[in-house]
Design a protein around this ligand. Sequence first.
Ligand code: ATP
Ligand code: MG
Length: 767
Amino acid sequence: MSDPFDLTDEPEPAPAFVPAAPPPAPQWLDKLNPEQRAAVEATDGPVLVLSGAGTGKTRVLTTRLGYILHRRLAKPWQILAVTFTNRAAREMRERVQALVGPAAEAVWLGTFHALSVRILRRHGEVIGLKTNFTILDADDQLRLLKQVMEADDIDSKKWPAQGLMGVIQRWKDRGLTPEKVSRESGTDYAGGRAQALYQAYQDRLRTLNAVDFGDLLLLCLVLFQTRPDILGEYQNQFRYVMVDEYQDSNVAQYLWLRLLSQVNRNLCCVGDDDQSIYSWRGAEVGNILRFEKDYPDATIIRLERNYRSTPTILAAASHLIAHNEARLGKTLRTGHTDAEPGARIKVRGVWDGQEEARWAVDEIEALQRGGHDLNQIAILVRAGFQMLEFEERLITTGIPYRVVGGPRFYERMEIRDAIAYLRLINQSDDGLAFERIINTPKRGLGDTTVQKIHQLGRAQGVSLVEASLRMIETDELRPQARASLRAFCTDLARWQTLKATTSPADLAAMVLEETGYIDMWQKDKTAEAPGRLDNLREFVSGLEEWDTLPGFLDHVSLVMENDAATSADSVTIMTLHSAKGLEFDSVFLPGWEEDIFPNRRSLDENGQKALEEERRLAYVGITRARARVYVSFAANRRVYNQWQSSIPSRFIEELPKDAVEQEADAGLYGNTAAGSGSYDFPGFGDVSRAGAGLRRPTRMVEAESWSSKPRKSQGDFQIGDRVFHDKFGYGRVEAVDDAKLEIAFDKAGRKKVLDSFVQVASETRKP
Ligand code: ATP
Ligand code: MG
């Protein structure tokens, strides 16, 4: 009998593996409740664990894996375990290791993508991939697709490559190779040539010996179809297949799992339909719902006891998610028999985003003083642009933080681009900045041109900007490139002159518009583009705080430096999407305002369905917390240099009143009864003035367009009017541009504000 914990990664020739007399049940099984234990011990046939957040699904999966190894029901490499992120895979491996030791090493444990890479590196050759194939990142994918479209003379203005990229990705999510693409689904893109272009793109990928992300799954499916013998090997190898977060699998993943588990039929999926939050990426919650149909003999286990959160948090989450219609409906109760109800959810109304960050960080400091671990604190945002204000505040107060699942704000591509423009305006010698933006957005100044500029610069010992100025006086460049470079140099010189008289925020807004940079992202049809535009708006808004460009640029360099020094104990900032499956003692949920959360763009695109997905996201957010939840909303958001009033999210109304402790800044809003269970926020700045209160928005400020449209004009302000603004105090109107007023405030200096935020100071109105 071979060693069951043999680490070799080779399939055994003889399929039959008869376990010796099973070892006694390990003690760690006692840490499970009876239903969990049943799921772990159900090792024969398909199993579905469908249950709410924090009920121990991941724990069941991990323990089950350990149990199978312990019982010697399979060798490590005969188990395939799929998690949603690499991080989750790492954690699971560590936990299984703690249970059964090094045997955990050889388990096929990873994300769908990672596992598919492993299969394709081994067998890709039979479908035309060399084992050393490259996996393209998003930029490369796009570049390639553009080439393919250019070769086919597709009008890129009318049919941007990004749009086609999205179409192709969705096809791949659904397991569709070019020849399988049906008539209805997106084929009309690019004048009906989408399918042919998809084929051409795939052909190009093969020539390059490259794959994109979607290919990883898709090509595995193709491999399995082409070579049933290879599929058969895997089917025999994998005695057990287990999947976490099954609710977020897409069709390709579903097929992949189904094929691989077909022979042994020991497929165990765990998930929660209430946490399905990736439909925008092709996830099909239907996969989990049809499990019983696919496997009529499946053992279905429901876990109802939640071990993560306090009863109060559970009540809040359950009450909220009950507003969704499309759900199976589950009960959640606390798993701890003697559980105290726990702290109520703090719901806080604040004046604006800055105050929100200040409040949250004050609370974090209080937690820290109380001996709480920063690692146990998370700020979960709906959209990346919300991060900046928290990052800034945490930096100011010296509290270490990390941004998980994405770059920090200033490291984002679009923000780096914007900063590069500002750096170059500040300092013509900044060659790196020059290189970064000289052809972003595209202005026909590609690598060859830049090389020529470089050569000239080196030869004459001058900066790239100076070299460009000299080059346009020669006939070194083709006329078009020369004209384009000349235009760029002229613009740059103009911005540099304006620098002295224009605020950094205005300058940035102007540069981003004039260069076509905003336009570039507006035309971009990929899923990331709207987020990038939001980030750029937030960037410009954030610049408002700065009087001078050098001051801001120094700040950025310091912030970037601070980035390098990551501390072990730090607050986590991440999006709600990436927080799936994780848990923290304290969770901050900022920006609970209509438009931000639920996200307006999603609602516009997908209506009621999207609203329910947003609500599931809120449910995911709340259920990350063990002990404390802080929800906040601001009455005003500055969007692209403009103040807009906002309305508290409907989700706040959907929290049970007795689980909530309501707070508002007493100084600003007068006495709002904390914990009274009433959601009236009397005197809540513009919210109440707009008559909106906590009701649903009837009409929202147009926030979608880059240059946001002003609110309803009050109309009758005149230059010289003495006015009062809730935030900036008294001032005098200096300029009127439709609903935008430029006001010299007595204390706050010169600002541009919307007239709806301003009242005429009654006693001084001029006739
Ligand atoms: P999510 O839906 O958020 O992914 P989940 O259902 O996967 O949650 P787990 O993360 O496995 O839940 O468990 C939630 C918390 O409860 C973890 O800290 C876990 O260790 C703990 N837990 C799970 N089962 C038990 C139990 N029987 N006794 C004590 N603690 C438990
Ligand atoms: Mg989990």
